[in-house]
Every structure is written in structure tokens, then in C-alpha cells.
Write a protein that binds this ligand. Structure first.
Ligand SMILES: Nc1ncnc2c1ncn2[C@@H]1O[C@H](COP(=O)(O)OP(=O)(O)OP(=O)(O)O)[C@@H](O)[C@H]1O
Length: 503
């Protein structure tokens, strides 16, 4: 052990020759081209009782490593004589016993993935909390060398943007999962990017050559979910005129993404649990056992533990799915990502033929003040509207504020309510507030309650029918109405003449 007081005041020589370990304290090799960072790490590690050796070049580090020095290495990515990521594989070959912690200011998912693929023990984004560095070194010493995961490489073009520390935690967790087949449960509010995370797990993982099959369970009528997932035999139910393959069969060799898993009916949950446990299923109405080789990634924006309490979700399925939980942070917890995301969506709007726009500093500040109940999707939609609606090339805080007020009024309790329902509720509230305000100091005429409900009912049903192209069964499902009740309402509201298929 080397007490801090015994150490020289000036940082030790970069690439200093091998010294014997005093008292057998673990020796940490730190390679970073930034002297200030070397010094910070040196002090913290020395305080924790480690022997530290510092290097300013890849070459110096490699020389020390070749002599067998070091119990853990901390390695920066951008070094004056090379890229830290490029030497990871060589390091792993020469010194499989040496865990390497990569630190980088290039805080992208690509860096996290490459670091992990190439055998890094872990990855920390700069600026890091020095306590995290000591903690990860402690873990590395406990667990020893060897990669956390290894697998096929991915390209640089990754869809997930964001360099905030909240996203770094997610990237690290994802990077560890890339080469595994473990079932993953992705949680997070609506619009946070859960599907994108699932897609990235597939695209960068070992099943990348297989299909990625996304299924939105909330969009399928509940009584069709089992046949949709597992397929059915001819005659299994009315309308089953021939045998059909399900999504599990489509996803063979790849990834099945079960979005909105909280909406899965209990019977289908039982079947899914069996597949996850036994790796086989039967088609609806059939007895033949079908083997399946599919990685299941599920997602939900609902609180599954509450659903379990209420009897709506099987606890055993939850534990089976939740082998590795990934939480996608809400946008309000990563405000530092907003500028990059907004720029990305404005650029994408140009690809779609909309005029090129940029945001000034005031606009970015206004975006950062918003609570984002609809998360990244809300930001994406806002950028498209700004690109489409405003003539000026540079957009300021005024237009951002105007559009935000128009589309999604300020929300104070985003954490406690379902984001989707909240967006809807607030829109209704805004319109009602406008209606009250339109009477000035006076009051609206009596009978408002019934009138508002009557006003809402017809467009709600029309929109549901439009969205489902006139499919009353699906519309009833969305609305949460019995199909006969919906039929009666369509008649009573005289909606029958509408051509719902075009809706
Ligand atoms: N980190 C990100 N970088 C770039 N685009 C993102 C990011 N996160 C989300 N998006 C974009 O935001 C939109 C919403 O993302 P996505 O559909 O993955 O969210 P979700 O959490 O699955 O939503 P829901 O719960 O409603 O299904 C998509 O257009 C997606 O491309």
C-alpha cells in the first residue's frame, strides 16, 4: 500500500520503469494523454491503497504490460500514438489476466460496444465520477480478467444518440448484453426509445444476421394475440381457413421484440412462459411441438409490479423476462442530450424534403426547460413541426415556446403519471380551459358535463375506426368497449354512413 503522504508531490514519470509492488498492493496501470486526468486518477487510487503507474502513450503502456506489470489497466481511447480501442485485442491476447477499464470522452454507444466486444472489463465515460473509477477497479480485481462479453462487431452508424451519463449507464448495460442470448426487459416511459434499444441489441448482437420481428401487443386484439405469436392450425377458430405461422416462426434465428408486454392477456402469458422455459410451443388448435430458437426482448411503459399485484401479469413470467432489466431514462433526466437529438431530428427533416433549420441558444434553453412528457418522440415531432411551419432559418426561443404551448402544455407531475395518458389529458384540459376562458368573466351555459361527453364521443369513435380502417373489432379493443356496445353507439351517433376505411 502507498499512502498518499508518501507519494511524490509531482505526478510520477509517464511510462516509468517497472517498480516492485510495495506491500503487495494491487498495481493499476493508467494510460491517458491528459496529464490532469492522470493526476486525478493517481491521487484517488493511491488514496484507496493502490500502487499506480502512469503512462502518456500506448507504447509505454504496452511495454509495461509485456513485462507482466499491473493487475488492472485503465485505458483512454484517444492517445497520441494510437487508439486505445485498437490495442484491446492485443492486450487480451498477451495478458488475458489483465482486466482493462476503458475511459473515453467519445461517449457513444459505439465506443461502449467496441470496448466491450474487444474484451474491456468495463467502460466509463468522461467526465467520470472518480468514485466510479475506484469502484470499477475494485470489481475488476475481484472478478479478474477476461471479457464481459464478446461478439460480432457493429458499424459506426448507430441509431441511439445521447452522451448524458444516464445514457452511458444504458450503453454500458447494453454492451454487456450484445453477445448473450439472455431475455431482456426494457422499461421506460413512452417515447424514450425502447424499440430503438431493442433494435440496437439485435443489430449489434450475435443474432444480427437473423430477423428482427417487432410486435406491438397493444395494437393486436387480445383474442388474436396467441395465434399472432404462435400461429394456428386450419380450423382453429372461425376464419382460420389455413394453417398460419406466427411471429415466433418468423423470428426464428433472430430476435422477437414484444412491445407493450403489459398488455398481454393472461392466457398468452402462460404460453409465452412455457416457450421461454422449454424452448418450444404449439400452434393454436394444434398439438405438434415446434422447437424455437428466438431471443425475446420485451418492453413496457407500465409498472409491471403493480400489474402483478392487481392480478394482470404473471409474476413467474416477470422474473423470467426480467433476467436483465434495461431502463431507458426519460428525456427530462438527460437534458444535456436535447441539443444533439434536436439537431439530428432537424437534419432528418431535411432528408424528408423539409427546409434546413437550426436552433439558436435561446431555443435550446427553452427546450431544456420543458418537461417532455412524450420524451424523445415529442421532441422529434416538435422538430418536424418547427421545420415545416416556420419560414425563418434560425429558430429562436419564441417559436419553440409557441409550439410547445400549442402542442404540449407544461406538465408538473410527469414522474407520477403515464406519459401517454398525460399528453391526452393535458390536451383535453387545454381545450376545456380555452372554452371556459372564451366566456370571459361569465360562466358557460348549464349542462356542460353531458355536452362535453357527447362532443368527445363521436370524434373518438370516428378516429378509432379511422385508425383501424373501419375494423370495428379492433376499434372496440382500442376504446375498451364491447363490440356490440360500439355497434350501438355507431348507430346512435349516426356514424354508420362514414367511410371509416379512409379514416
Ligand atoms: N436516443 C435516441 N436517439 C435517436 N432517436 C431516438 C432516441 N430515442 C428515441 N428516438 C426516436 O424517438 C422515437 C420514439 O422512440 P421509440 O419508438 O423507440 O420509443 P418507445 O419507448 O419504444 O415508445 P413506446 O413506449 O411508445 O412504444 C423514434 O422515432 C425513435 O427513433
Amino acid at each position: 500500500m502507498t499512502p498518499a503522504s508518501d507519494r511524490p508531490a509531482a505526478p510520477p514519470v509517464v511510462g516509468d520503469p517497472v517498480r516492485p509492488r510495495p506491500g503487495g498492493a494491487p498495481c493499476i496501470l493508467v494510460a491517458d494523454d491528459d496529464r490532469a486526468i492522470r493526476t486525478v486518477i493517481d491521487k484517488a487510487l493511491a488514496r484507496s491503497g493502490f500502487e499506480v503507474r502512469l503512462f502518456g502513450t500506448v507504447r509505454a503502456l504496452m511495454q509495461a504490460v509485456e513485462t507482466g506489470a499491473g493487475d488492472v489497466a485503465v485505458l483512454d481511447v484517444v492517445m497520441p500514438d494510437g487508439n486505445g480501442l485498437d490495442i484491446l485485442e492485443t492486450l487480451a491476447q498477451r495478458r488475458p489476466d489483465l482486466p482493462v477499464v476503458v475511459i473515453s470522452a467519445q461517449n457513444t454507444l459505439a465506443t461502449a460496444v467496441k470496448a466491450t466486444e474487444r474484451g474491456a472489463f468495463d467502460y466509463l465515460a468522461k467526465p467520470f465520477d472518480i468514485n466510479d473509477v475506484t469502484a470499477v477497479i475494485g470489481r475488476a480485481l475481484e472478478q479478474g480478467g477476461g471479457p464481459v462479453a464478446g461478439g460480432p462487431g457493429g458499424g459506426d452508424e448507430l441509431p441511439l444518440l445521447g452522451r448524458s451519463s444516464a445514457m452511458q449507464a444504458l450503453y454500458r448495460a447494453m454492451a454487456r448484453l450484445m453477445a448473450t442470448d439472455l431475455t431482456v426487459l426494457i422499461t421506460g416511459e413512452s417515447g424514450t426509445g425502447k424499440e430503438l434499444v431493442a433494435q440496437a441489441l439485435h443489430d449489434l448482437g450475435k443474432r444480427q444476421a437473423g430477423p428482427f420481428v417487432p410486435v406491438n401487443l397493444a395494437a393486436i386484439p387480445k383474442d388474436l394475440i396467441e395465434s399472432d405469436l404462435f400461429g394456428h392450425e386450419k380450423g382453429a377458430f372461425t376464419g382460420a381457413v389455413q394453417r398460419a405461422q406466427g411471429r415466433f416462426a418468423q423470428a426464428e434465428g433472430g430476435t422477437l421484440f414484444l412491445d407493450e408486454i403489459g398488455d398481454m392477456p393472461l392466457d398468452a402469458q402462460t404460453r409465452l412462459l412455457r416457450v421461454l422455459q422449454q424452448g418450444e410451443y404449439t400452434r393454436v388448435g394444434g398439438a405438434e411441438r415446434c422447437r424455437t430458437d428466438v431471443r425475446v426482448v420485451a418492453a413496457t411503459n407500465r409498472d409491471l409490479t403493480r400489474l402483478i399485484r392487481d392480478g394482470g401479469f404473471r409474476e413467474d413470467l416477470f422474473y423470467r423476462l426480467n433476467v436483465v432489466p434495461l431502463r431507458v431514462p426519460p428525456l427530462r433526466d438527460r437534458l444535456e442530450d436535447i441539443e444533439e437529438l434536436a439537431g439530428h431530428f432537424l437534419a432528418r427533416a431535411v432528408d424528408d424534403g423539409l427546409p434546413r433549420k437550426r436552433l439558436d441558444d435561446g431555443a435550446v434553453a427553452a427546450l431544456k426547460r420543458h418537461r417532455w412528457p412524450g420524451n424523445v418522440r415529442e421532441l422529434e415531432n416538435l422538430m418536424r413541426r418547427l421545420a415545416a411551419l416556420y419560414p425563418q432559418d434560425v429558430l429562436g426561443a419564441d417559436v419553440v415556446a409557441e409550439e410547445l404551448a400549442e402542442a404540449s402544455p407544461a406538465v408538473g407531475t410527469a414522474e407520477t403519471r403515464d406519459a401517454e395518458a398525460m399528453g391526452l389529458g393535458d390536451t383535453v384540459r387545454t381545450h376545456l380551459a380555452r372554452y371556459f376562458a372564451s366566456h370571459g368573466d361569465g360562466l358557460p351555459p348549464p349542462g356542460l358535463y353531458a355536452r362535453v361527453l357527447a362532443e368527445v364521443e363521436a370524434p373518438l369513435i370516428e378516429l378509432a375506426l379511422g385508425a383501424t380502417r373501419g375494423n370495428q373489432l379492433r376499434a372496440a379493443e382500442i376504446l375498451g368497449l364491447n363490440r356490440n356496445t360500439l355497434r350501438k353507439k355507431i348507430r346512435a351517433l349516426d356514424l354508420s354512413a362514414t367511410d371509416h376505411r379512409d379514416g
